[in-house]
Design a protein around this ligand. Structure first.
Ligand code: ZN
Ligand code: ZN
Length: 67
């Protein structure tokens, strides 16, 4: 991991959860840094709170569900 990427991820980790922020207008912290799968772009990361990251309504939680 390059120094620049490390700094970028550090900055992202300081941001509020993007889902909470855009959907409800609230700033939820702390967040986990979620890697968006964009090949060849290390910097495609998004701050997500634990619920929106791995919770029942989270990006990883939704993927596990077959509906
Ligand atoms: Zn959230
Ligand atoms: Zn993730």
């Amino acid at each position: 991991m390059t120094k620049a990427t490390e700094n970028h991820m550090d900055r992202v980790a300081q941001l509020p959860c993007i889902v909470c922020f855009y959907k409800m207008g609230i700033e939820t912290r702390p967040v986990e840094v979620h890697h968006v799968s964009v090949p060849a772009d290390d910097c495609a990361v998004a701050p997500l709170c634990v619920e929106h990251h791995r919770g029942a309504t989270g990006v990883h939680g939704l993927q596990r569900r077959t509906r």
